[in-house]
Write a protein that binds this ligand. Structure first.
Ligand SMILES: C[S@@+](CC[C@H](N)C(=O)[O-])C[C@H]1O[C@@H](n2cnc3c(N)ncnc32)[C@H](O)[C@@H]1O
Length: 315
């Protein structure tokens, strides 16, 4: 098997925005293999601290190994960023000087032989970030939902243009025998597309959609963003790296809303809402990886980074 390396995406750009410094308190809501976390800890030497969250116990074990030289400057916890505020307060990292969320799936997870995120090799259709989480796996979704519900997931979370056809093909195929593996599912989608293939594998969107549904990813992101602002120190920064337009739209609208100076209905002669912006947007245009980064790390291809800085409550 080809060795898997997880190269942190948009690392320098994220660090330039987070500006880690000695004595700072940082939160990595998606610690994964610990790539961003390691760089934050290096830059905040000798005594900056980092709280790392992940839903995947294997990711946490890997991060613990990579970060062990930082000793008690690191705290790693098996928690969801959907509960960010509770976790950050519990571990006394509030107010935090910087928070990073690098969303989605890691290269380790994609290449993992039994987690079912990728479709290069046959694996059980699981796709849960947290294998201890109760609730449906991808296998349960594809074998139990009716065609309309499946199509809705594929359309909404995968922006799959042939959602209805793929859903129908899944339902027809499972009438013979349950769909068990990633490669079986990829094969069903591939057949719907026949020879009309684009640049990306036709099953990519279906896998993305199921993964988002299984892990309720957009809901977790919507819950996390306001909590992140809540626990940031004045001048503290939040950096979010999204991997598809659905996530990025949520981040972009949330940041715009938090940065808004006035939310009065249009047409009023003077502002009556008295609203103060809670954040300053640091990325007027979202940051995307350079051609060199994409070449070196194809996973970075669709990354979109946005960042904000927490403003003081008063003045
Ligand atoms: C792209 S990877 C992060 C990689 C990391 N920045 C690095 O440099 O190694 C995303 C990670 O987020 C985790 N994750 C996804 N949803 C999560 C959630 N709601 N709470 C905590 N971790 C989550 C995944 O398990 C995965 O390990």
């Amino acid at each position: 098997m080809r060795p898997i390396s997880h190269v942190p995406v948009l690392l320098n750009e994220a660090l330039d925005l987070l500006r880690p410094r000695a004595g700072g308190r940082y939160v990595d809501g998606t610690v994964g293999g610990g790539g961003h976390a390691e760089a934050i800890l290096e830059r905040s030497s000798p005594d900056g601290r980092l709280l790392g969250l992940d839903l995947d116990p294997e990711a946490l074990a890997r991060a613990a190994e990579r970060l062990k030289r930082f000793g008690d400057r690191v705290v790693l916890v098996h928690e969801s960023f959907a509960d960010l505020e509770r976790v950050v307060r519990w571990y006394e990292f509030a107010p935090a000087d910087g928070i990073i969320l690098d969303l989605g799936v890691s290269s380790f997870q994609l290449a993992h032989p039994t987690r079912g995120f990728g479709f290069q090799t046959a694996a059980p259709l699981d796709m849960r970030f947290n294998p201890h989480q109760a609730g449906p796996t991808a296998r349960e979704l594809v074998n139990t939902l009716d065609a309309a519900a499946l199509a809705e997931i594929l359309r909404r979370y995968g922006e799959e243009p042939r959602a209805a056809a793929v859903a129908r093909a899944i339902v027809q195929r499972r009438a013979k025998a349950p769909i068990e593996t990633t490669t079986e599912l990829a094969e069903i989608v591939t057949r719907v597309y026949g020879h009309r293939r684009g640049k990306i594998h036709p099953a990519t969107r279906t896998f993305q959609a199921l993964r988002i549904a299984v892990n309720r990813e957009l809901e977790a992101l919507e819950r996390a963003l306001p909590q992140a602002i809540e626990v940031l120190e004045t001048g503290g920064r939040l950096v979010v790296i999204a991997f598809h337009s659905l996530e990025d739209r949520i981040v972009k609208h949330f940041f715009a809303d938090q940065a808004a100076t006035c939310v009065c209905p249009p047409g009023l002669p003077v502002c009556v809402c008295g609203r103060r912006p809670r954040v300053r947007i640091l990325t007027r245009r979202p940051i995307r990886p350079s051609a060199e980064e994409i070449q070196a790390n194809p996973r970075s291809r669709s990354a979109i980074l946005r960042a904000v800085e927490r403003l003081p409550e008063e003045g």
